[in-house]
Design a protein around this ligand. Structure first.
Ligand SMILES: N[C@@H](CCC(=O)N[C@@H](CS)C(=O)NCC(=O)O)C(=O)O
Length: 212
């Protein structure tokens, strides 16, 4: 039995999609960072970074969204959520997962917590605008990579696509150009959101329209 700690719409949503696609028993535990629940001693024992998500596998907690996705895909190879090990497609799946967390997700942390980027809180709006501009550049690259492709890596959907949908969704309220408005990213998001496992994860987290 897995336990996934998180809060609706936060980074837990991608591992939640993976758990639904795998079909292994799991339960969700809500940890609301906006209520400070990610900083309690009990939660910090599971995840000393004080962030969501955390997956508990047996009695072992594991943090970092993409590490959780890789671990779940490895634990359940029959679910086919990553291309086979040792293939070029697998290498490209690593490339995109690491890019999505290391560059795209990191830029979102600046977008959603701009006050942490600046010494003077008066400059937080400017930091947020800079983060949105950076995200636009990053999404231009992914838009191009999706040209002529159904899925971002390999020929079937998997954890890379779950992570990308999460990243697209987080930009749904951009002041300028939400990523879903780019044709390839919009089509990819619609395709991924229509997968039954993904639709169930959204429904279980109670996520309202617009979904991405
Ligand atoms: N790289 C980490 C980032 C996790 C992260 O920043 N999670 C956000 C929610 S999506 C969070 O816990 N925010 C609370 C905070 O930063 O105080 C991961 O992917 O697990």
């Amino acid at each position: 039995m897995y336990i996934l700690y998180g809060n609706p719409g936060m980074a837990n949503l991608a591992p939640h999609m993976a758990l639904e696609a795998i079909g292994a028993p799991y339960r969700m535990v809500r940890i609301d960072p906006r209520a400070g629940e990610h900083q309690t001693p009990d939660y910090l024992r599971l995840n000393p970074t004080g962030r969501v998500p955390t997956l508990v596998d047996g009695d072992q907690p594991i943090f970092e969204t993409v590490a959780i996705l890789l671990h779940l895909a490895d634990r359940h190879p029959d679910a086919g959520l990553l291309p086979p090990i040792g293939t070029m497609e697998r290498g490209l799946a690593y490339q995109w997962l690491i890019h999505l967390t290391n560059s795209v997700q990191a830029a979102y942390v600046a977008y959603y917590y701009p006050e942490r980027q600046v010494a003077d809180p008066a400059h937080a709006d400017s930091a947020k605008q800079a983060a949105e501009a950076r995200l636009n550049d990053l999404f231009d690259v992914i838009e191009k990579a999706l040209e002529g492709r159904e899925w971002l890596s390999g020929d079937k959907p998997g954890v890379v696509d779950f992570m990308l949908l999460l990243m697209v969704r987080w930009g749904r309220n951009f002041a300028g150009r939400p990523p879903r408005t780019l044709p390839n990213l919009g089509a990819h998001a619609a395709r991924t959101a229509a997968l039954p496992a993904v639709a169930r994860a959204f429904e279980q987290e109670g996520l309202a329209q617009p979904r991405y």
